[in-house]
Design a protein around this ligand. Sequence first.
Ligand code: ATP
Length: 359
Amino acid sequence: MTATAATAAPLRLDGLAKAYGPVAAVDGLDLEVEAGSVCALLGPSGCGKTTTLRLIAGLERPDAGEIAIGERTLNGPGEFVAPERRRIGMVFQDYALFPHLDVAGNVGYGLGRSPDRGRVAEVLDLVGLDADAQRPVHELSGGQQQRVALARSLAPTPELILLDEPFSNLDAGLRDRLRQEVREILTRAGVTTLFVTHDQAEALSIAESVAVMREGRVEQFGTPEEIYSRPASRWVAGFLGEIEVVPGDAAEGRVECELGSFSAEQGVKGPVDVLVRPESIAIGISGPEGAASAEVVGRRFFGHDQLVELRLRSGQTIRSRRLGFPAWHPGDHVRAWVDGPTDVLPREGDATAAAAPVD
Ligand code: ATP
């Protein structure tokens, strides 16, 4: 905990549900965000991210479920804590700053009629705007305005910060720099944070944990590395990036497929799908034992990397993403093997599969 943080508390959502007429926007959502950590709620458009944020903030009433911060229940059977009493700070997509107030005026806004100047100075220092306290907000750049919005949300020492697509109004170069800055500010503040995004790179690069949301529920929760390299479903795998699915057979802790043999969880057996990302598929003129024989059938060059399309002996076509050089050409006869993480799931559509997903 730092001098600027409230006592960090975990956020817990339990069976949260909210429907708009026939549309189940949030449909039995469970989520736990560790105290003081930054969690991304990541999902495609319309999966219910904003509705979840609005329910947590108390701007909407859930149809069912519980919301708790630490020991405090905000929503539960017969319980509804008013938004202003939730101790939640919110940063909106457009920052919602007051144009007629200066930086300090905006930051002090949530602190009542006579805001504690020491507290305003403290959070301005935290976001690196201590020298700009008297500037009108309309003079500030997009990135500075965002930091004012963040300082304003942190000023009343909230227990939770919610950010709704906080970087979507910024151009690409600035966005990347600000992601890191905001992450550092939130970590220094030590406040529990949940931010909504539909941008995979954003979620993976700033969050300590990611909840992948689909159709009103959390489909997978884990660290960025876990959800990227051990996706719980093909849908999560595909949503997070390019994926190749190679059929295999599992027995006694091993999986055999055309790209080689890998260890797998005990208990996984029968027909399985091996999920591999193209950047984990290596190619060479020769390869390690067990490498597949393949022919290059296509190539796209992107400068820093190339996407090489390979046809395996079985006829299956897969992609390998490699550095830009050396160049591979259609017609090249190569070996292909896995050089990176794989994930093993029961074969899709195979009713006889006795396989269990790896955890
Ligand atoms: P986006 O990334 O596009 O903002 P989202 O994941 O935040 O999407 P929500 O805005 O939570 O999704 O919407 C989830 C579903 O609920 C959508 O089908 C949406 O049309 C519906 N919905 C949201 N708010 C309302 C409302 N006030 N009235 C009716 N339907 C709504």
